[in-house]
Design a protein around this ligand. Sequence first.
Ligand SMILES: [Zn+2]
Length: 216
Amino acid sequence: MYLYNVHTHKIESAIENGYDVKCILNTYPEDFGQKKQMYPNAWFSCGIHPWFSDGSEELFTLLEKNAKDPDVVAIGEIGLDRLKGPDIAKQIAVFRKQIELAIEVRKPIIIHCVKAWDEMIALYKEYKGTVPWIIHGYRGNPEQTKQLCKVGFKFSFGEKFNKKSIKHIPLDSIFCETDMSSVTICKVYENISAEIGLGLNHFAILAAGNVKKTFQ
Ligand SMILES: [Zn+2]
């Protein structure tokens, strides 16, 4: 049985506590080729991070090429960040181009969003029903979670998350990740499954089903 790690920056063990581990390794347009060679069994996301939106025209051309690679299963991490990076208008312009690319290649997007939820929701509504949008490293409170669920977002949880928010999320919209953290993916699955009130195996089957439905 597989534990899917939908967002990580490094690949560690292929087996944890008897489970096979399958990672979606995050890459940038400029390092995708190298990472693909290093990790021939991984899946990948590829995208221009909002922090690096400025002067990203050449990177976008490279991303257009990478996005068609069958091992790239998602466009990301992409999004908006009000605390870091160029001004929000620039970030939105680069985000839009990548959303449209994701729609063109019919792959889900993995979202980085910091304090830009109004803009994020407005964009989701504009492109609604095209490809799945997964908010990575989600830590929002229950109020925000209810609002985002109603709109249609999906959520990926890592080491730190808001325990009170989990019960507001439909079970078909939950994913797990390790991102930059040193915690194991098995530990993340244990934490989330305990919060939902499911056994680890049961939750792993459910999350694997979500991955198969979302990432082709
Ligand atoms: Zn990340």
